[in-house]
Design a protein. Sequence first.
Length: 110
Amino acid sequence: MTVQKKFLEEWYHKQDEYAIYRSQEFFPFSPRTLPLTVDECEVIEYMGLDWKSYLPNSKVKPKIELVELQEKISSMSQAELDKLKNQYQKKLIEEISKSYKNRNTKENED
């Protein structure tokens, strides 16, 4: 594997994990970034939308067009954004807890 391929693989992994790496605001000349702010990239994740569907070469059509999405996000109050973030975090915690319980159950069966 070439160094460039390894770098891209790591970069894509970071983008899948962290919204900040998806934003052209933070990484303007990096591959596979979106013309969105970091906050907008985070809200896309909170909303459960597929961020990759907003990439220029995506074969998947986004659920909400980019301009419409940006307008929707900009019109949200801080309380609405906080509620969305809290719901997202609660869902993550539930998924992690469920995964942990399943793992412990399997270990106890052995």
